[in-house]
Design a protein. Structure first.
Length: 206
């Protein structure tokens, strides 16, 4: 399944709490699921729902202004904790395509890149400007432009962000690990042909 990311324009949901770990993003009891489809219902489950199953109206994704948000703006060290890639799957299945934060857990960051979810790192002062712009105009869209490596805020603010060239290439082209490998198929075939010539005994039937 291709998950190209080039530009995205969406309302952004503010969740400024730092150190949001993967168990908060997707509680461990939901790891029993083997299907990715529908996993978004468990996203931030214990923050979104009461023990009786009702929605907590104070949680940002339950608020009308942010119900359709495809961008999440979070605090530092987002996605810390365990290595569960299911946390990325839950965000993506819910509709989140980009998470903006001052920093990320390393494994979460790499899992996000691999699944087609863009993690944007912004300096703290730009994060504060973004939170302020969202608070002032909660229903106005934030625009993320990956090719230009820019974010455009409500009210006209702009912030540039850095991203590794290889990660950018993967996201823009929607490439997972298998697709990256298949992209080098001619080189692999040439290597195998050369090895057959140089070491034919490796390919002899027993």
């Amino acid at each position: 399944m291709s998950r190209e990311f080039t530009t995205l324009k969406s309302v952004a949901a503010p969740l400024p709490q730092p150190n949001i770990d993967t168990d908060a993003i997707l509680p461990a009891r939901f790891l029993k699921r083997i299907e990715i489809a529908g996993l978004g219902k468990a996203l931030f489950h214990d923050w979104r729902y009461t023990p009786e199953g009702g929605e907590r109206p104070e949680f940002v994704l339950n608020q009308p202004a942010y119900g359709d948000a495809r961008i999440l703006v979070a605090g530092a060290n987002f996605g810390c904790g365990s290595s569960r890639e299911n946390a990325v799957w839950a965000l993506y299945d819910h509709g989140i395509r980009c998470v903006v934060a001052p920093s990320f857990g390393d494994i979460f960051y790499n899992n996000a890149i691999g699944y087609g979810l863009l993690p944007v790192v912004l300096a703290e002062e730009r994060m504060q400007a973004l939170f302020a712009a969202i608070a002032k105009a909660p229903r106005e869209a934030v625009e993320v432009d990956l090719p230009a490596q820019e974010m455009r805020f409500p009210g006209g603010g702009v912030a540039s962000f850095a991203i590794d060239a290889a990660a950018k290439h993967r996201l823009v082209n929607g490439l997972d690990e298998i697709a990256l490998t298949l992209g080098r198929e001619p080189e692999i075939a040439a290597f195998e042909a050369r090895r057959r010539r140089e070491r034919p005994w490796l390919y002899q039937e027993p």
